[in-house]
Design a protein around this ligand. Structure first.
Ligand SMILES: *Cc1c(COP(=O)(O)O)cnc(C)c1O
Length: 373
């Protein structure tokens, strides 16, 4: 079997090609390349989809996080609690703004930070926390929000990998990830569950006060044209990308369902393999499987990687190195070792998962993985 990929963007495009091509050529024809009806239309549609009062599209997910932190008005040296097992962007912007990332461990089964991890890191300098909904599985936010409120800290959700996922609270109410914290940040990087054809991102908030600040920071700190109240950045989503995202947002439910089906198949196929621990599906949320990440518990993850490479089965390790062991963070953290993060970095492996997976490809991947010994 040839040309297997972690994610099949070409196959997905093929199904919506006519609609996409027409939308792109309409934008080019209109000459409204910055802002305009597609950007505001996307913001409105995301507001409805997430049940969120305000959506500010921006240039990418890393910018979304940076702008969010700039808008919160934290002081240099303020501490922000982040999981040590995440993509670098989560903590990078914190360090960039001269805030202090406080790295905490994660749960072995969900790979996510819990309110207990947050609690263990609390001290009077902690001003914010970034729950990262890793691989498409939501952090338990009901307890996290209650704790944050009690301690007066900001919650900035990193929902770059979990758009479309939600949590049902004890009272039965449903909350979309990204629209729960004070601010939510997402990325439209092509391979994300809602990806565009370049870079893109968005910021979500239910607070009108924060919305005004975020909008200002993302637009050169100006409240009206050529009047600059704060130092800001330039972070915009292109109109072409917004037009593409509107087409894909209509299909996001269907796309996430297709990912879940692949995950179900892997789960069932590996249930009888004693050296594989398939990913947890937490009781509090649905999983949108940005990645299918399982653990290889016989100590031979790296051998399996070599084997899969020989057999041309795509795979990846998210993430091989804990944040606190990255050279860039050496002067930003005193953390040396967190046991679960260390274990996950040695055991996790991601298999292909996307919206275009066929039974034949899945069966092939499963049989190769199972033939490893
Ligand atoms: C992708 C991603 C980001 C950054 O998004 P970009 O659009 O690539 O800047 C941030 N956090 C997490 C968890 C991500 O997966």
């Amino acid at each position: 079997m040839k040309n297997l990929q972690m994610v099949d963007l070409k196959g997905q495009y093929t199904h919506i090609k006519d609609e996409i091509d027409q939308a792109i050529s309409e934008v080019i024809d209109s000459t409204r390349y910055i802002g305009g009806p597609h950007v505001s239309g996307l913001a409105q549609e995301l507001q409805d989809y997430l049940n969120c009062k305000h959506v500010i599209p921006c240039a990418n997910g890393t910018d979304a996080l940076q702008v969010a932190f700039m808008a919160l008005g934290l002081e240099p040296g303020d501490e922000v609690v982040v999981p040590a097992f995440t993509y670098v962007a989560t903590a990078e912007v914190i360090a960039l703004l001269r805030l202090k990332p406080v790295m905490v461990d994660v749960d072995l089964d969900s790979y996510n930070m819990t309110v207990e991890h947050l609690e263990s890191a609390m001290n009077p300098r902690v001003k914010a926390v970034v729950p990262v909904h890793l691989f498409g599985q939501g952090v338990e936010m009901e307890a996290m929000m209650a704790f944050a409120k009690k301690h007066g800290i900001h919650v900035v959700e990193d929902s770059a990998q979990a758009i479309g996922s939600s949590q049902v609270y004890q009272d039965g109410s449903k909350h979309m990830y990204g629209a729960i914290g004070d601010v939510g940040c997402t990325s439209f990087f092509p391979s994300k569950n809602l990806g565009c054809y370049g870079d893109g991102g968005a910021i979500f908030t239910q607070s009108t006060d924060l919305y005004e600040k975020i909008k200002m920071v993302a637009n050169h700190g100006q409240s009206r044209r050529y009047y600059h109240d704060v130092i800001g950045v330039n972070s915009r989503l292109d109109a072409i990308q917004a037009a593409i995202l509107r087409i894909k947002l209509k299909r996001l439910g269907q796309y996430n369902q297709a990912r879940r089906k692949v995950a179900d198949h892997y789960d069932q196929s590996f249930a009888d393999v004693d050296w594989i621990t398939t990913p947890l599906r937490s009781g509090h949320s649905d999983h949108v499987f940005h990645q299918y990440v399982m653990r290889i518990t016989n100590g031979r993850r790296d051998d399996l990687m070599k084997y899969l490479a020989e057999k041309e089965i795509p795979h990846n390790v998210y993430y091989p190195v804990p944040l606190y062991k990255q050279k860039a963070f050496a002067s930003f953290t005193d953390v040396r070792e967190l046991p679960v993060t260390e274990k996950l970095c040695k055991e996790v492996i991601a298999l292909p998962i996307h919206t275009e997976m066929t039974q034949e490809i899945m069966d092939h991947i499963v049989s190769v993985v199972k033939s490893f010994s």
